[in-house]
Design a protein around this ligand. Sequence first.
Ligand code: PLP
Length: 422
Amino acid sequence: MNVLPWYDRIPRTRLYLKLPEILGGLVNLAAGQEGGYGQVEAFEHAFADMMAVDGAVAEPYARIALYHLVVALRLPPGSEIIMTPVTIHDIVNVLLIAGLKPVFVDIDPQTYQMDPQKLIAAITSKTRAVLVTHLFGLATDMDAIQAICRQRGLVLLEDGSHAFNAAWNGKKLGTFGDAGFFSLSSLKAVSTGYGGIVVAKDAQLLEGVRRQAEALPKVDKGHLLGILLRNLIVNLATHPNLFSWSTFPVIRWISDRSPETIRKLQTDNPNVLRLSDIPEKWLWRFCSIQADLGLHCLSRMREWDEKRRSNAHVLLDYLKTVAPERLPRLMQGSYNVFWRFPFRAPEGAEFRRFMAMRGVDLTTTLLPCCAGMPIFSDIARETPNAQQAVREVHFLPVHPTISQERIHQMARIVLEFLQQRG
Ligand SMILES: Cc1ncc(COP(=O)(O)O)c(C=O)c1O
């Protein structure tokens, strides 16, 4: 029986910001260094360089990045925007607040990306835009989606929050459309504690976004302090030296006795509301302390992508002949960064419990399928593949700090689960 050693359990994820960097942020905040936007410019330039585009604008959140984009695009009220249904509900909220009508189209059940045929079928005379979410850091055929949008005269927007540095035929995801935006929140591969960033082809569109971003009030120190402290706690709770003997035993105890509890704590969120206005607490100007954090992540992003990809390929090699139907289908021409490694386990809590007993903590996607959420019942759509994916997909940890030895061991544990199920 394979079990990870008691001193080296694997958490569902780790933060991409290192402990000294978060502490550095707290020190800078205490020293009052949140003002001054030189570092913000440096971060925007570094991000634009990484994406091979002319410019980027930092924003308080990805949802605000999207809001500023659709405001700057001046789409007529009531315009339909076709979108991927698996995303955070506030992405849908900002589109509704901007006066647009989100139209959900289903994903492909194996690639988890927008299905171009379903996109074509959803286009009506009111469609003005398409929003593609590059789920889990996997790339889809963006040439096909780009061609559809060009032929129909539709604006193409890309949510690359899971897909920093991922590419299709050598071109970065986020640069196929008129604009791309990214979340820089704490779990993302490029994290600034919280934050977002926009890239756009058209200099005028980018300027329209910049005007809105720069008009926001200066960051609230208490807000930033809260975010940095939360990052500190998560970093400590998942830190290799602490996780195995402090956090993990609690997770395993709960998984054993009440397997749905942890998932419910994360999904039954009372803050899931339909909004009619942008909340003020989302509207802070991106500051230099965040920019510093983002520059740290950018400096090691490629190296960490390669480590994560290598971990993902170990899992693929072990599992591809035994359970290909549970694995993502990778498209030829894609450079996938595997921000998460999706593995289908309809067994749900039984699978999570099995893995927890062997030393691996893991979770389902936790992202909702917005097409079926009660708060959006007026725009509900049948998207069975997306519904099934949010129920069945579990993330096998592939974080770059997981060693080769442990990833092989984890793959063997998954194999054991599959063998036991026959
Ligand atoms: C795909 C996707 N888009 C957007 C967001 C929202 O990011 P933010 O919290 O920066 O608005 C998230 C957050 O996790 C996400 O997963």
